[in-house]
Design a protein around this ligand. Structure first.
Ligand SMILES: NC(=O)c1ccc[n+]([C@@H]2O[C@H](COP(=O)([O-])OP(=O)(O)OC[C@H]3O[C@@H](n4cnc5c(N)ncnc54)[C@H](O)[C@@H]3O)[C@@H](O)[C@H]2O)c1
Length: 394
């Protein structure tokens, strides 16, 4: 059902990989299904997907057609380029959309800055998959650019929308854990990510920048604290043996300070060499210790296990991004992943219909500005890795 107060906006997706439409893995990814759900609500009009090759564009178009049948919604979806290779197909794709419009950037990390800058200069509201960018200077440039062009810039940090984390947010606001002492985070994924899916660009990032960054943003969101100093130690064994020059695991320690002055520590063990036979793509745990209590959240084992002859044991996260039966025989895509993307679509629709101002959006949302402390940590962590694991001040 369409919302009467909002305009349906056209949306450009830059990138056509795993996260956009499930390329290289089972299913449909997260971004495209979320946009179909936003279309169902009347928030999104036409969808353009820009890849870098005709083959990749055709793959995305195939996924979109399958998705239309599964979800029972049929937005107009056009994929670019039609043939050959073109790293700037997104420019032509944008020209075909009605203005004002929005874009979702989901390309390898090191390309976020250039593509996002060009979109902002075109007056497009932008959602960028995490990490926004890896340096403080680039973050500041994007914040200034978005302000100057009056566009809304957000980062797709969907863990802010996970109820298990929102519960913690509420408890911390009430002071239920007392003074914060320690966060302990463990987050790892399967070997297929660095060795196959990201093989073309894996050496442009590292596992802390890819996975650890989720919880850096989450801690800043939960506590409003700022990072003071960072120390990181990496291990190179398995991937180096495969000819891939990147760390298997990185352990990072961050000291934070809350607005009222209390300091606390977070430790992050991130890795991407879990066996491909592990029972879930992501293995993740969060523990918070304060002077009055402890919060433990197993973010992998959410209580749903499927065991079959064909696939062995699979632990399903029913809350991230899943298809569920709809009312009329088709399905709906639900979870905190789609919710975060649909919130961006709703915000842009409200900005376009002048119900909200881009400059006023904050709160649950990860804005470009809220990615400044995140970039500070990424930069300090990289500096510590490069300088024999010394503490690096922010
Ligand atoms: N938030 C999350 O949970 C999550 C999950 C996975 C990936 N990501 C992030 O999403 C981004 C992409 O990840 P992915 O998993 O889709 O990776 P991927 O390697 O599967 O896909 C990246 C895609 O970008 C395309 N691309 C490169 N340059 C382009 C250009 N100039 N124009 C259009 N397309 C271009 C590539 O052709 C490829 O299809 C990364 O920044 C990654 O960190 C986020």
């Amino acid at each position: 059902m369409a919302r009467e107060t909002a305009h349906a906006i056209d949306v450009l997706v830059v990138g056509a990989g795993m996260y956009v439409c499930g390329k290289g893995v089972e299913g449909f990814g997260t971004i495209l299904p979320a946009l179909f759900e936003a279309h169902r609500l009347g928030l999104v009009g036409r969808i353009a997907i820009a890849a870098t090759s005709g083959d990749s564009a055709r793959h995305a178009a195939g996924k979109a057609a399958e998705l239309a049948a599964v979800l029972g919604v049929e937005p107009v979806v056009r994929c670019y380029p039609e043939s050959g290779n073109d790293a700037e197909a997104y420019v032509a794709a944008l020209a075909d959309l009605s203005r004002p419009c929005a874009a979702i950037v989901s390309v390898p990390d090191h390309l976020h800055f250039g593509i996002t800058s060009r979109l902002i200069e075109q007056g497009v509201h932008v959602l960028v998959v995490k990490p926004l960018v890896a340096t403080v200077a680039e973050t500041k440039t994007l914040v200034d650019l978005a302000d100057r062009h009056g566009v809304y810039g957000a980062v797709e940090f969907h863990k802010r929308f996970d109820e298990a984390n929102l519960k913690l947010y509420g408890l911390l606001r009430q002071g239920a854990l007392g003074e914060l002492l320690n966060f302990r985070i463990q987050f790892s994924q399967r070997k297929i990510i660095p060795t196959t899916i990201f093989r073309g660009w894996v050496e442009h990032t590292n596992v802390f920048q890819y996975l650890g960054v989720h919880y850096v943003d989450l801690i800043h969101f939960l506590t409003n604290a700022v990072p003071l100093r960072v120390m990181a130690v990496g291990m190179k064994k398995y991937l180096a043996g495969q000819g891939i020059d990147t760390y298997d695991t990185i352990q990072t320690l961050i000291e934070w300070r809350e607005v009222a002055g209390n300091t606390f520590l977070s430790s992050h063990l991130t890795g991407w060499i879990d066996p491909d036979t592990s029972s879930a793509m992501s293995d993740q745990r969060l523990e918070v210790v304060g002077t009055l209590g402890r919060y433990q959240s197993d973010q992998k084992s959410r209580g749903v296990t499927l065991t079959t002859d064909g696939a062995g044991v699979v632990e399903i996260n029913p809350y991230f991004s899943q298809l569920y039966p709809g009312l009329d025989g088709t399905s709906t895509m639900q979870g905190y992943g789609p919710r975060s993307i649909m919130q961006f679509c709703r915000d842009v629709a409200d900005i376009v219909s002048q119900h909200k101002k881009a400059a006023d959006l904050a709160g649950l949302r990860a804005t470009f500005r809220s990615s400044l402390p995140v970039a500070q940590v990424l930069e300090a962590s990289a500096a510590s890795l490069a300088a024999e694991n010394v503490w690096v001040g922010v």
